[in-house]
Ligand binder design. Sequence first.
Ligand SMILES: [Zn+2]
Length: 181
Amino acid sequence: MKLKIFKYGEPVLREKSAPIAVVTGPLRAFADDMVDTMHAAKGVGLAAQQVGRTERMCVIDIPEGCETAEDEAFNSIVPMPLVMFNPEILSREGSQCDKEGCLSFPGVGGSVTRAAQVTCQYLDADNMPRIVTARGFLARAIQHELDHLDGVLYVDRLSEAERLSFEPKLKRLCGSNGGVR
Ligand SMILES: [Zn+2]
């Protein structure tokens, strides 16, 4: 089932997520809906806040051809779509800067510096603890989605100059969706 995607300006995007005690059937069904919603919107990731909820969970699916061959090989053991409950980043290494977008910011995309590699722990749909290490584009997606779970948005991480250049668009988008920066 496709869910409504909340846009910049909606207060829920600034809310911090609450950890999940146990992954239940309804939460698994919700995760499936999040994956459907992400695919329908042609996104590569979606966090609970982006569909108006605050459970600590997110989904990621990187289509083929988005990563360098080297990163794709490195990341190939990570299951896709990646459905993570209670994800936490354990370690970060290196740095990368690249263009980033977000389903909650239609028409806006800017450059964000992030760690080049992250190791992340989470619970899978069967409540099994998992650890993944990811590089490149997937590492970027994980950091972006985990930011959402803390109420942090990628525009918070743009350079001052880029943020200023997007300001009119951001103001318009925010104003038509509830007005919360
Ligand atoms: Zn996003």
